[in-house]
Design a protein around this ligand. Structure first.
Ligand code: 1CP
Length: 343
C-alpha cells in the first residue's frame, strides 16, 4: 500500500500550520551517496539526465534514505541551456564548463528559444514517473538569469564574477537582452515542469550576492519580478535562493515569490528583524555536517527555535551537501528535526 501524501512542505511554503517542521536538503542527490557515485561511473552527467528512469531513481534515493519531506528533481541549472545554443559540459570536481562563452551582443543574439516538450522531454518524463512513485512533494527548479549568465560569460565557475559584471556595466543593452532571453527560457521551462507534475518551484540565484543592492535593482530585479509574476499563474509555491544575499533580502521581499532561502550568514532572526514577512527556508552551514553530532544538533536546535516562532518555515542547509558528508549525519539530523518540532 502506498503511503499517504505528506504535504507539510507545501503547507509551510504557504505559511500554514504543519505537524512538524518540514526538511529537505539542497543537493540531496549527489556524490555523498555511494549509490549515486556507482550510477555516475556509468554515465556523464547529461547522459544521466537523458534517461528518465535514472533521473527518477536518483531523485527518489535520498527521500527514502534520509526521510526528508520533499524531493528535488535530478537535473542541473545548466540543463536547459544546452538547448538554446550553449555548449555546456559538467566536469567532475569542477562543475559547468562552457566552450563558447558570451563576449558580445552578437553572441546574445545567437541564443535560440526553448521548446520544453521537445528539448527537455526526458526531464518532464522523469517528473511524470516520480509523481507515480513519491509520497512527498516534488520540487522542480531552474537557475536564475544572473547565475546562468555568470557561467555563460565566465565560461565556468568563478570567484569574483569580473567578466560578468564588466559585461553588465559595459553592454547594458546586450545585458538586458540576455536577461530577457534567459527569463523567457526559465518561465517556459518551469511552467512545463509544473504541467508535468512539479508541486513547487525553486529558483537558484546562487551567485547574485556578488551584486550590491543598487545593481541588483537595476540589472536583475526586473527579470526576477517577471519570472515570479508569470509563475503565479501555475498556482504552485515558489522559492528564491542565493548565497551571501543577506543584503538583498529587502529587495527580495518585494518580489511576488512565496519563500526566501537563506544561506548560513543571515540568521532567521536577522531576516525577520529586517521586516521579511515571507516564508523562510534554511540555513544550517553545510560544513557543520562534517563536525561532531553534538555540535550539529546544538546548531540545528538554535535555528529551529528561531524558525518555529511563526508558521512558514522549512529547514534546509545554507547551501548544498558536500561530497564528503556522512549519510548517517543527515539521517540523524532529519530524525532530530522531525522529533524536536513535533506538535
Ligand atoms: O539534489 C539536488 O539538489 C538535485 C539536483 C541539482 C540541483 C538542484 C544538481 C545536480 N544541481 C543543482 C543546482 C545547481 N547546479 C546550482 C544551484 C545550487 C547551488 O548553488 O549549488 C548550481 C550553481 C549548479 C551548477 C553546478 N553543477 C555546480 C557548481 C559549480 C560551481 O560554480 O561551484 C556543480 C558542481 C554542478 C554539477 C552537479 N549538479 C548536480 C550534481 C549532483 C552535480 C555533481 C557532480 C557530478 O555528478 O558530476
Amino acid at each position: 500500500m502506498s503511503k499517504p501524501f505528506n504535504d507539510a512542505f507545501l503547507k509551510a511554503c504557504r505559511k500554514e500550520q504543519t505537524p512538524h517542521v518540514p526538511v529537505w536538503y539542497m543537493r540531496q542527490a549527489g556524490r555523498y551517496q555511494p549509490e549515486y557515485r556507482e550510477i555516475r561511473k556509468k554515465y556523464t552527467f547529461f547522459e544521466m539526465s537523458e534517461i528518465p528512469e535514472v533521473c527518477a531513481e536518483v531523485t527518489r534515493l535520498p527521500v527514502e534514505q534520509l526521510g526528508v519531506d520533499a524531493a528535488i528533481l535530478f537535473a542541473d541549472i545548466m540543463t536547459p541551456l544546452q538547448h538554446i545554443g550553449v555548449d555546456v559540459e559538467i566536469r567532475s570536481g569542477v562543475g559547468p564548463v562552457i566552450d563558447n562563452p558570451i563576449r558580445s551582443e552578437k553572441d546574445v543574439e545567437r541564443l535560440t528559444e526553448i521548446d520544453p516538450e521537445t528539448h527537455v522531454a526526458t526531464t518532464l518524463e522523469a517528473i511524470r514517473i516520480l509523481n507515480q512513485q513519491l509520497s512527498v512533494p516534488l520540487i522542480g527548479f531552474a537557475g536564475a538569469p544572473f547565475t546562468l549568465a555568470s557561467y555563460m560569460i565566465e565560461g565556468g565557475p568563478s570567484k569574483n564574477y569580473h567578466k560578468t559584471k564588466a559585461f553588465m556595466y559595459a553592454e547594458p543593452v546586450a545585458w538586458k537582452a540576455l536577461m530577457e532571453k534567459l527569463g523567457a527560457m526559465t518561465i517556459s521551462y518551469l511552467k512545463a515542469q509544473v504541467k508535468a507534475g512539479a508541486h513547487a518551484i525553486q529558483v537558484f540565484d546562487s551567485w547574485v550576492g556578488a551584486l550590491n543592492e543598487q545593481d541588483y535593482q537595476l540589472y536583475v530585479a526586473p527579470i526576477m519580478h517577471k519570472i515570479f509574476q508569470a509563475l503565479k499563474e501555475t498556482g504552485v509555491p515558489t522559492i528564491y535562493f542565493g548565497i551571501g544575499t543577506g543584503h538583498l533580502l529587502t529587495e527580495w521581499n518585494k518580489l511576488p515569490v512565496d519563500v526566501l532561502g537563506l544561506d548560513w550568514r543571515t540568521s532567521i532572526q536577522q531576516a525577520r528583524a529586517k521586516g521579511i514577512n515571507k516564508a523562510l527556508q534554511g540555513n544550517l552551514d553545510p560544513s557543520l555536517l562534517l563536525g561532531p553530532w553534538e555540535v550539529i544538533q546544538e546548531r540545528a536546535k538554535a535555528i529551529l527555535d528561531q524558525g518555529m516562532e511563526q508558521p512558514g518555515y522549512i529547514f534546509n542547509l545554507g547551501h548544498g551537501i558536500f561530497p564528503d558528508v556522512p549519510v548517517e549525519n543527515l539521517q540523524k539530523l532529519t530524525a532530530f528535526i522531525h522529533e524536536y518540532t513535533k506538535r
